[in-house]
Design a protein around this ligand. Structure first.
Ligand code: PDD
Length: 285
């Protein structure tokens, strides 16, 4: 089956979908994106992603090329026509195509909007969730507005490759001695009954999964501390995990070669994963 994608108002077979070589997303990484997971044919936390998209667009003085209602409709239609049971919907909005110039083009320049699906059968039953993942630490060399979900992902890609070269799964980025986040996820440690994760600021992406997981953790009477932590503190913690729309809650069992806790996924991460999947399915659309 040929995948159907959405480009600037049209549903097209993926091999017929094109955008301009002058697109500022291509030339300047002048674009923002969202990734929404699909479980059982339904979108997880669509509202959260739509709200964050609005915020990213506002922070970059970009227009809003589509209403939230229409955006939901496009997500649903792509899930339907591509018969996605479990997977992801990727959305990207750029400032559009204009002759190359560092200054933004006029606000009448049509923005580019692209959506496509990725099928991931069994997304919620990933084997990695049972074994946990291994991470390395790297210096955080990204720009200073990581709260905006831009498509400048080269440094996180380099981090992922460094992790793979070291026989690991992902990298945690460190700035001024403290962990900021993973290459494409938020980072946590657990000490006793307390979940520790860096507080929100321009230094990290305000994860939609993070918000939901912290809410569920508090509802389940777990203690949450939002503060920075170091790699050494993480290595000595009882548990560690990451969260994102594509991995939900994923245990971390090794950091820079040192086992975390027992070296197996911890009970808090396992429980939070279960709660997250159960609760977010209730509000899936
Ligand atoms: N990444 N931090 C970074 C740097 C991210 O790229 C992501 C998400 C997150 C988690 O955010 P959320 O819970 O809203 O997915 C944190 C997506 C999944 C990606 O780039 O594929």
């Amino acid at each position: 089956m040929t995948r159907t994608v959405y480009v600037n108002g049209q549903y097209l077979p993926e091999n017929e979908a094109t955008i301009s070589i002058f697109d500022r997303g291509f030339l300047f990484a002048d674009g923002v994106y969202e990734v929404t997971s699909v479980l059982g044919g339904k979108l997880i936390d669509f509202d959260g992603h739509a709200v964050r998209l609005e915020r990213s667009l506002n922070e970059l003085d970009m227009g809003h090329p589509i209403t939230k209602e229409d955006l939901l409709e496009v997500h649903r239609e792509l899930v339907r026509v591509n018969e996605i049971e479990d997977g992801l919907v990727y959305l990207q909005v750029t400032r559009g195509a204009a002759d190359r110039d560092f200054a933004y083009p006029g606000s009448d320049t049509p923005q580019t909007i692209v959506l496509f699906t990725q099928a991931k059968p069994g997304l919620a039953d990933s084997p990695a969730a049972k074994t946990g993942i291994k991470v390395i630490s790297i210096e955080d060399q990204r720009w200073g507005r990581r709260d905006i979900k831009t498509v400048q992902l080269l440094y996180p890609s380099m981090g992922k490759m460094a992790a793979k070269a070291a026989g690991c799964d992902d990298a945690w980025m460190v700035e001024d001695g403290a962990v900021t986040e993973g290459t494409s996820n938020n980072a946590y440690i657990v000490k006793g009954n307390t979940i520790i994760t860096r507080q929100l600021s321009n230094d990290i992406l305000h994860g939609i999964t993070r918000a939901a997981v912290l809410r569920f953790a508090k509802e389940a009477q777990m203690k949450v501390e939002e503060r920075p932590f170091t790699i050494e503190e993480a290595q000595g913690a009882d548990e560690a995990f990451v969260t994102s729309a594509s991995t939900f809650v994923m245990p971390v069992v090794e950091i820079d070669g040192a086992s975390v806790g027992t070296g197996e996924p911890g009970s808090v991460a396992k429980r939070l994963r279960e709660i997250y999947l159960e609760e977010s399915l209730k509000t899936a659309v």
